[in-house]
Design a binder for this molecule. Structure first.
Ligand SMILES: [Zn+2]
Length: 767
């Protein structure tokens, strides 16, 4: 008997739902369409998995990568600022393909006189400008800093046929290279080093008033291009903005500079004893055991003494690096040099800084600690930093990364004073550039094609590392800052860009050269999207595991975007195709709002809905024993309904409870009194979880999250029926501003009345 009654009631509800569905189907006679569903898998966009790269996002059984080893002899002539080099490249063909030529990158040719790199930017006549600007724009010869290639020879001294196309040089192989073959050849070259402060660039020197220079030297030698299963030979020229794609290899580099210069770079310093004074050696040994504070190896006094001289003698510094994709170095008379040790697992790594007195007092306080903190944060999220050191070099207006070494800005004024902007800017750029050791120096993506894979992943990690730094070094924070004030990462910081003019926004999956707002597109949006994915969509446990898996799969290898996307899903059982599609392949933005909230009470009186139903089916309403819900404020609503419980208001419900539950069960059963029909709208194109905060009459709150899949069958609007024992007095969407919702004016019920500017002005005057 009890069961029979329950069944009757269920059938009645099912019938009611069927009626509604039939109505909808009749209305839906619209033209057909293809699958535009935002949850559709990315098979059309992704490359097909193969033996090189699997569907799981891991390297496949046939994965290979080429090897390029270098022996380079370099000399800087400090009087002429000329860098000359003689290098031997040993190239190993690990591909299954036969190679008849090699491509070498000549990045410095971006500064050659006839470089077309400036011609790709449109320009206009400025009707009024300063004389110096006018002279430099229209009257002066442009700087010629391109490569002078003196010879390209085989190891037996014979010239190799080669041709230069802009920033790339093709060298003909005397005999084709088969799988496993190795070929060595030599290049002799020189170029005029640029002043990076006046002429720009990621490499060059800063000239100080006393004639001293600080050289930060990179992409300075003819470098092997990448050959792989995705592109064949890298064929995208260096136009100056998109960065680099490089194979791994070992470097043996001898660098000759004036004897009063200090120098550090990628790799282990092989002849330290010959170059360091006994004092420096002693301090260096001390630094290796100093885990809390940096030890100064070369003091400011010593640096200032060196600055005054111009030694005619030379020193050669020998560096050796294994398994790096590039090589950079910095040298000057002006360097103060400090170091401290960082424990990573069982290993000690050195955190190192090189800076001139102009960087103090900021640099002696925070540079090396920022390096150490970054290594710890990134190692926790990825893998233990595998190299033996990481150096931060102070260079005006620079922020640029190479294996084990990077250049960073952030300089106090002449009196050593600095504001928060300078301080945080300096800390952030150090964290960022040291972080690049992981992406893309070790997780070696193709920066030329996919800027976001290095800048985006790295800026996401920068945010994590900045928050750690603020926690681990609270003294680094300015008074009043409870946490590190990260610029990129928090969701609310990207809404201006994402909601901006669509003519000047490109999907993240765009080659960096072709994007409009480089910082937002390649750094800010991907970093923020990963942060939202971690904090809001997947949760830290799933995200961190999958992210770590990606870094382990691809450390010292060459991943593509699909390898990242696929691994994140493969390791988390979280289908994220919808997330990549929306955030990475489109310029859609997030805007989810509350469209309507209706409130219902249970009533004993049959409502019109039930009456229509009974009449259309010729049924007797009394026999159906339905529970009726009426909307507050409607004609059917009676104020008295507010007083009673749902069971008080509905004889059918009361009877059902008496028949189906024991007295004991009835005491503990949920008895919701308030019923809400909430309609969410989605003016934004992105599908996202709906985060709803309910505030009850007693002041308590509760947050519910509906998964993004709630939008799978209706991309515009969805509803939720909420039954509550407590009265809801207000509803807020995305209360912590964690989804990058660009318009929060539709996020509240009742609608929040924001002060008009006039009201604010009035209050200000009053206050
Ligand atoms: Zn970067």
């Amino acid at each position: 008997m009890r069961i029979l009654k329950f069944l009757c009631l269920s059938i009645a509800f099912i019938s009611l739902n069927v009626m509604a569905q039939e109505q909808n189907q009749e209305e839906a006679r619209k033209p057909g369409h293809t699958n535009q569903n935002k949850f559709k898998q990315l098979y059309d966009e992704f490359a097909t998995p193969n033996m090189f790269r699997t569907g799981s996002g891991a390297p496949g059984p046939a994965y290979y990568q080429q090897q390029a080893d270098y022996k380079i002899d370099l000399e800087i002539n400090d009087e002429t600022a000329v860098l000359s080099g003689y290098e031997t490249i040993t190239y190993t063909n690990n591909s299954p393909d036969e190679l008849t030529y090699l491509w070498i990158q000549l990045d410095q040719n971006v500064r050659s006189k006839d470089s077309p790199s400036n011609d790709i930017n449109s320009s206009n006549v400025t009707p009024a400008q300063s004389a110096s600007r006018f002279a430099s724009s229209y009257m002066s010869e442009s700087f010629d800093g391109g490569f002078n290639i003196e010879s390209v020879t085989s190891t037996d001294g014979n010239a190799l046929t080669h041709m230069i196309n802009q920033t790339m040089m093709r060298v003909e192989l005397p005999t084709a290279m088969k799988t496993g073959d190795t070929f060595s050849f030599n290049i002799k070259w020189w170029y005029q080093i640029n002043n990076h402060v006046t002429d720009g660039g990621r490499s060059g020197y800063e000239l100080f008033p006393d004639g001293n220079r600080n050289y930060v030297i990179a992409q300075f030698y003819p470098r092997m291009a990448v050959y792989n299963d995705v592109e064949g030979w890298q064929n995208s020229q260096f136009w100056g903005r998109d960065e680099f794609a490089l194979p791994f290899g070992n470097f043996e580099v001898n660098i000759t500079v004036p004897a009063d210069h200090l120098l550090d770079g990628t790799g282990k310093l092989m002849n330290r004893e010959d170059l360091f004074s006994s004092d420096m050696m002693k301090r260096y040994e001390k630094a290796k055991k100093s885990y809390d504070e940096p030890v100064v190896i070369s003091t400011q006094d010593e640096a200032e003494a060196r600055e005054k001289g111009r030694s005619k003698k030379k020193n050669t510094w020998t560096l050796y690096a294994e398994n790096v994709r590039d090589f950079g170095f910095a040298t000057s008379r002006k360097y103060i040099w400090d170091m401290m040790a960082v424990k990573l697992g069982e290993r000690d790594v050195m955190a190192v800084s090189l800076y001139s007195k102009e960087g103090n007092p900021l640099w002696e306080q925070w540079s090396t600690k920022a390096v150490a903190s970054t290594l710890k944060s990134y190692s926790r999220m990825t893998f233990d930093y595998p190299y033996h050191k990481a150096i931060s070099v102070h260079a005006k207006r620079q922020g640029m990364e190479y294996p084990m070494i990077c250049w960073n800005y952030g300089r106090p004024d002449e009196n050593g004073k600095y504001d928060d902007r300078t301080k945080y800017g300096m800390m952030s750029v150090i964290i960022h550039e040291v972080g690049h050791n992981f992406f893309p120096m070790i997780v070696n993506s193709d920066e030329r094609q996919w800027t976001w894979m290095d800048e985006g992943l790295n800026t996401f990690m920068q945010y994590v590392a900045e928050q750690d730094f603020g926690e681990w070094y609270p003294k680094a924070l300015s008074s009043g800052d409870a946490a590190y004030p990260s610029r990129r990462g928090p969701a609310k910081n990207i809404t201006g860009y994402m909601g901006g003019n669509q003519d000047y926004i490109a999907p993240i999956m765009t080659k960096g050269l072709n994007t409009y707002q480089f910082g937002n597109n390649a750094y800010g949006k991907p970093a923020t999207s990963l942060n939202i994915l971690r904090e809001t969509v997947m949760g830290r446990e799933l995200f961190d595991y999958a992210f770590k898996e990606y870094t382990h799969r691809w450390m010292f290898k060459h991943p593509t975007p699909e390898d990242f996307f696929r691994t994140m899903e493969d390791a988390s059982a979280f289908d994220l195709d919808w997330y990549w599609r929306g955030w990475f392949y489109s310029t859609d933005w997030v805007d989810i709002g509350l469209k309507e909230v209706k409130k219902y009470y249970v009533s004993s009186e049959p409502n019109q809905y039930a009456k229509n139903y009974a009449q259309s089916r010729n049924l007797n309403l009394d026999e159906l024993k339905l529970v009726y819900l009426v909307e507050e404020g409607s004609d059917e609503f009676d104020e008295r309904l507010r007083k009673g419980t749902s069971a008080d208001n509905s004889p059918s419900l009361k009877e059902y409870m008496m028949d189906n539950f024991t007295a004991e069960e009835r005491k503990t059963i949920k008895q919701p009194k308030y019923f809400y029909d909430i309609t969410f709208e989605k003016p934004g194109g992105l599908v996202m979880p709906i985060i709803v905060e309910f505030t009850y009459a007693d002041g308590t709150t509760k947050t519910e999250t509906y998964p993004a899949q709630i939008w799978r069958l209706n991309d515009n609007e969805v509803s939720k029926a909420i039954a509550s024992e407590k009265e809801i007095v207000s509803i807020k969407l995305d209360p912590k501003l964690e989804t990058a919702d660009i318009d929060t004016s539709n996020n509240s019920w009742p609608k929040e009345v924001k002060d008009s500017d006039f009201d604010k002005f009035k209050n200000k005057v009053k206050g």
